[in-house]
Design a protein around this ligand. Structure first.
Ligand code: ZN
Length: 161
């Protein structure tokens, strides 16, 4: 048997099979502050959306890489919604007057990261949809993202056990 020496191929083999951004966050708790994770346990994590529709927009994400709810173990699916229920108080304490909660499933369903399921929770304020958003598909975001993160972490310690 001939052996083909091809060291350049090592990069393909040693590279993680999954390059999903949510899997990367799930696996790397050391980077939680950098990634703006406000809570994690053995099954899921809650992270600030890096492209928030409103300040305080969070995502509840299972550690398991899957693109549709029926593929998740039922207990993890239920835990996601239990954490969503607990997270309501975080958003109300943050000042929200209302909340949008939802999930876009697969690319055709509108998911920004279609291969890894995530549940959106968006705090809403009266009048938060302004003229700029309506005409230019642009949102003005005048709040320091790090300060929002600090406050969300404080509230997560209170409401997420
Ligand atoms: Zn993933």
């Amino acid at each position: 048997m001939d052996i083909l020496y091809a060291p350049w191929r090592e990069a393909y083999f040693s590279k993680s099979e999954c390059e999903c951004v949510f899997c990367a966050i799930a696996k790397d708790a050391i980077l939680d502050t950098q990634n703006k994770v406000i809570y994690r346990n053995e099954n899921l994590f809650i992270v600030m959306n890096k492209f928030p529709y409103t300040p305080g927009h969070i995502l509840i994400i299972p550690n398991i890489h899957t693109d549709s709810p029926e593929k998740l173990p039922k207990d993890i699916w239920l835990e996601m919604f239990a954490k969503a229920q607990d997270s309501m108080q975080i958003l109300y304490d943050y000042g929200a007057s209302g909340i949008n909660m939802g999930m876009n499933i697969k690319a055709v369903g509108g998911a920004g990261i279609p291969l890894h399921l995530h549940l959106h929770l968006l705090p809403r304020w009266s009048g938060d949809t302004n003229f700029l958003t309506s005409i230019a598909n642009t949102r003005s975001y005048g709040i320091d993202f790090d300060k929002v993160y600090e406050r969300m972490c404080e509230l997560a310690k209170i409401y997420l056990k």
